[in-house]
Design a protein around this ligand. Structure first.
Ligand code: PAF
Length: 281
């Protein structure tokens, strides 16, 4: 497996592969890899001739310095896992390599980055869009793979790709869960035993919402989910919203004939967990 720290050398390698007619799949990550990431890379390996994963903890998508500091890092173990599954190349630049100069661009995503995560994490999606745009320019992928757990991120990236005209197909992949339903996340490693025991309650609440929709009014569903999450001594709801998948605007029963998502963010102590579930597919 080739490990690149510099964008120029990675881009040369990519172009050599493409000159030989190879199709390139790309999986961007911030490391601390778990089975969800490996699922993305596995799918990329099936659908492409060459696969590049990136590992870069992107400072400009963190709105709190302490979150950036606490973000789990395990480069050696990550590289071993990617090598084991047959990944062709890994790009792990440092911050200076990714941002030799400040990137002050501001994307206009309309309401897409103002709702849900955007409301609680100012500037987060602009930082994600900037780094993914930069990574696409370096890796020039035919297909790029993202988890549906970050559903809003996926929609933002699709919008950025349209705006920038990147010739890449964005592939959204289903959320990978623990047997008890907890969505895999690098942050799960920071949960205490008690928090970990209660955390599957997030998925339970989403499933309850799915049972209730569309027979029950969405306001009532939101009330029921809020009550269920906050009944746990370890969990505190930040938001639960029922939105149209297409534009992330609030959905009601009247939208039951298009894809409707329940999106949730919960605090377990100082760990913030997000999840989502389609309520009608
Ligand atoms: O989902 C993530 O891990 C990150 O937001 C991404 C897409 C790698 C950009 O830093």
């Amino acid at each position: 497996m080739n490990v690149f720290r510099h964008k120029k050398s990675l881009n040369q390698w990519v172009r050599q592969g493409k000159a030989r007619g190879m199709r390139l799949g790309f999986v961007p990550t911030m490391g601390a890899l778990h089975a969800g990431h490996l699922e993305l890379a596995g799918r990329a390996l099936k659908e492409n001739d060459l696969v590049v994963c990136s590992i870069f903890v992107n400072p400009i998508q963190f709105n709190k310095a302490e979150d950036l500091e606490k973000y789990p890092r395990s480069l050696e173990a990550d590289l071993r896992q990617l090598e084991d599954i047959g990944c062709d190349a890994v790009f792990c630049p440092d911050t200076r390599e990714m941002y030799p100069e400040k990137d002050a661009r501001v994307f206009d995503f309309g309401h897409l980055d103002k709702v849900m995560e955007g409301r609680y994490r100012e500037g987060h999606f602009n930082g994600v869009a900037i780094v993914v745009d930069r990574l696409f320019r370096i890796t020039e992928p035919d297909k790029a793979y993202f988890g549906e757990k970050d559903f809003q991120q996926l929609q933002i990236i699709r919008a950025m790709v349209r705006m920038e005209g990147h010739p890449v197909e964005i592939v959204g992949c289903p959320t990978v869960r623990e047997p008890d339903g907890l969505a895999l996340s690098s942050r799960n490693a920071r949960l205490t035993k008690a928090q970990r025991q209660e955390a599957p309650g997030i998925y339970q609440a989403l499933k309850k919402a799915r049972e209730m929709f569309p027979a029950t009014d969405t306001k009532e569903i939101i009330h029921a989910v809020t009550k269920q999450i906050n009944a746990s001594p370890e969990l505190e709801l930040e938001y639960f919203e029922i939105v149209k998948a297409r534009d992330l605007l609030p959905a009601t029963r009247a939208h039951a004939n298009e894809k409707v998502m329940g999106c949730i963010a919960v605090h377990a102590g100082d760990v913030r967990l997000i999840d989502n579930l389609s309520l009608n597919s």
